[in-house]
Design a protein around this ligand. Structure first.
Ligand SMILES: NC(=O)c1ccc[n+]([C@@H]2O[C@H](COP(=O)([O-])OP(=O)(O)OC[C@H]3O[C@@H](n4cnc5c(N)ncnc54)[C@H](OP(=O)(O)O)[C@@H]3O)[C@@H](O)[C@H]2O)c1
Length: 245
C-alpha cells in the first residue's frame, strides 16, 4: 500500500499570515462555508461505504473552535497534544468523532490503518502543526497538496504564519496578481521572511482545482477563470498547490 496522502488547508495573507491573538485575522462566512464543504466532501461511491474525511489539528486550534461547533461535524477530528488530557480539552474518550494523540506519528498510524474508513485527510493547522507537517519525514504519510485561500486585499495584521513554500518569483507573481485585482497601491509590497531558492510547489490551474473539489466547488465559481471572489472589502483566491516532481 502507498503512503497516506495529506492535504494542508489554510487561509493566508500574501505573506502567509494565518492568525492574530490566537484567532483568525478575518471573518469570512463564504470562506468558512468553502472550508466546511471541501473538508467534508466524500466521493459518492465512498460515501455509500460510510467513509468520512479526517481533519488533524493542533491543541490550540482545537481550543479556538467554540465548544458548540466541535468536533467539526461530519468529519473525524484528530487533535494533537503532548501535554493535555482528553478531559482538559473537553474530548469524550469514547467518541467516534474525535480522537486525541500525543504525536503526529501516532495519529498517522491510526489513520493509515486499513480499516480506518477514511477518505481524505486534511491538516487544519495551526502554525506549529503546519510547520511540523511541512518537514514531515514519515514512512506512512506524505503531504502533497496545499489548499490555500489567498487573502489578496486588504493586508491584515498577523502574528502566526504558514511556512513559506514559494520562490521569490512565485511570491512576486502573486503580489502582481493581487495588485491587479485590488488596484495598484492597495496591496503593499511587504516581503515574506524567507523564500525558497528552488521551486518545491507548483500552483495548479483553476480547472484542476475545480476537478479536485467536485461538487464542493462554490456554484458561483463554476466558470471562474481565476477562482477569485470577495466578501465586502476582502478579496481572496482559492488555490491548489501540488508538490513539484
Ligand atoms: N488561517 C487559517 O487557516 C488557520 C488555521 C488554523 C489555525 N489558525 C490560527 O493559528 C493560530 C494557532 O496556531 P499555533 O501554532 O499557536 O497552535 P496549533 O498548531 O494549533 O497548536 C499547537 C499545539 O499543538 C500541539 N502540537 C503541535 N504539533 C505537535 C506535535 N508535532 N506533537 C505533539 N503536539 C503537537 C502542542 O500542544 P501541547 O502544547 O498541548 O502539547 C502545541 O502547543 C491561531 O491564531 C489560529 O487562529 C489559522
Amino acid at each position: 500500500m502507498g503512503k497516506l496522502k495529506l492535504a494542508m488547508v489554510a487561509a493566508m495573507s500574501l505573506t502567509n499570515g494565518i492568525g492574530k491573538d490566537g484567532g483568525l485575522p478575518w471573518r469570512l462566512k463564504g470562506e468558512m462555508a468553502y472550508f466546511r464543504s471541501v473538508t467534508s466532501h466524500v466521493a459518492e461511491d465512498e460515501k455509500r461505504e460510510g467513509a468520512r474525511n479526517a481533519v488533524i489539528m493542533g491543541r490550540k486550534t482545537w481550543a479556538s473552535i467554540p465548544p458548540r461547533f466541535r468536533p467539526l461535524a461530519g468529519r473525524v477530528n484528530i487533535v494533537i497534544s503532548r501535554t493535555s488530557s482528553a478531559k482538559d480539552l473537553g474530548i469524550d474518550p469514547e467518541s467516534k468523532d474525535v480522537h486525541l494523540f500525543a504525536s503526529v506519528e501516532q495519529a498517522l498510524a491510526h489513520l493509515a490503518a486499513p480499516q480506518s474508513g477514511i477518505h481524505r485527510v486534511f491538516v487544519l493547522g495551526g502554525a506549529q502543526l503546519y510547520r511540523n507537517m511541512m518537514s514531515l519525514d514519515s514512512n506512512v504519510a506524505t503531504v502533497d497538496q496545499l489548499l490555500v485561500t489567498r487573502i489578496l486585499a486588504p493586508q491584515y495584521e498577523c502574528d502566526a504564519f504558514f511556512p513559506e513554500f514559494r520562490t521569490a518569483q512565485q511570491y512576486k507573481s502573486e503580489l502582481d496578481h493581487a495588485n491587479a485585482i485590488a488596484g495598484a497601491g492597495q496591496v503593499g509590497s511587504e516581503q515574506p521572511a524567507s523564500t525558497l531558492t528552488r521551486q518545491e510547489w507548483t500552483q495548479a490551474s483553476p480547472e484542476s482545482l475545480r476537478e479536485y473539489l467536485g461538487s464542493a466547488c462554490p456554484a458561483a465559481l463554476a466558470d471562474s477563470k481565476d477562482m477569485v471572489t470577495n466578501e465586502g472589502e476582502t478579496w481572496y483566491q482559492y488555490q491548489l498547490w501540488e508538490k513539484t516532481g
